[in-house]
Design a protein around this ligand. Structure first.
Ligand SMILES: *[C@@H]1O[C@H](CO)[C@@H](O)[C@H](O)[C@H]1NC(C)=O
Length: 231
């Protein structure tokens, strides 16, 4: 690879020892400057993207964090209610305690489900949005560094030097346009995380409310046993 590279460079120097060679060097400098600038921009976007993904995960965790103590508190006052119930025999109280434990298991699964669905959607979004495009863009951008050598090796620099310069002009336009449009594109990809995060967040809130409601109706159901002394 490198041998080939140096051979072409040597050829470049041999063929264009004259002033003409200078324009190629200028192209080379321009292409690599643009490549470095673009790479820096992608790096910045990359960090911005990671910050967004981290922030959304943090917010989801906070929401889950609110859910656990809420349901735990409801359960402990429910336990007190069972303990304080009047006019029931020990057998019934024990049975109701067992029911409570069984339903607690289901309530835990509800919390886990909420966390699981939020995680899957968010993880999918953080992997499939931005990153694959950034990688494609990076490799296309890196290709621009060797564009002059590549064009040189494809064209007949001796007989058709103007055609070579023309090709480089076209490529130069291409990479400049690419840098701008892909930068915008990547930025939009990052912003689009917010839509997904909003949706996941709303789903999670709904999931939490459902879980809390289910817990209440479980408890009402279990309490109905106490009303009739489990008969
Ligand atoms: C290289 O970039 C400079 C500054 O942007 C520009 O003036 C010049 O025309 C470019 N050279 C070539 C060969 O495109």
């Amino acid at each position: 690879m490198f041998v080939k590279f140096f051979l072409v460079i040597a050829l470049l120097q041999a063929v264009c020892a004259q002033q003409r060679f200078e324009v190629l060097v200028e192209f080379g400098t321009n292409f690599s400057t643009l490549a470095i600038d673009t790479q820096n921009e992608i790096n910045e976007l990359y960090h911005f993207n990671a910050d967004m993904v981290r922030e959304f995960n943090r917010e989801l965790l906070l929401e889950l964090g609110r859910m656990v103590p809420e349901m735990r508190e409801a359960d402990s006052s429910f336990q007190q209610q069972i303990a304080a119930a009047d006019g029931i025999d020990d057998e019934c109280r024990e049975y109701v305690e067992e029911l409570r434990e069984l339903f607690l298991l289901f309530q835990n699964w509800d919390i886990q489900d909420c966390a699981y669905y939020a995680h899957v959607e968010l993880a999918d979004d953080s992997v499939n949005r931005f990153l694959p495009y950034a990688i494609t863009f990076l490799s296309e951008n890196t290709r621009s560094i060797s564009q002059v050598v590549e064009s040189f090796s494809r064209n007949n620099a001796v007989a058709e030097f103007d055609a070579l310069v023309e090709e480089l002009d076209v490529e130069w336009e291409y990479y400049q346009t690419l840098a701008v449009s892909f930068g915008d594109f990547l930025f939009d990809e990052i912003l689009a995380h917010a839509d997904v995060a909003d949706r996941v967040y709303l789903d999670l809130v709904e999931c939490r409310e459902t879980a809390v409601r289910l817990q209440q109706s479980d408890q009402e159901y279990i309490l109905s046993y106490l009303d009739s002394n489990c008969e």
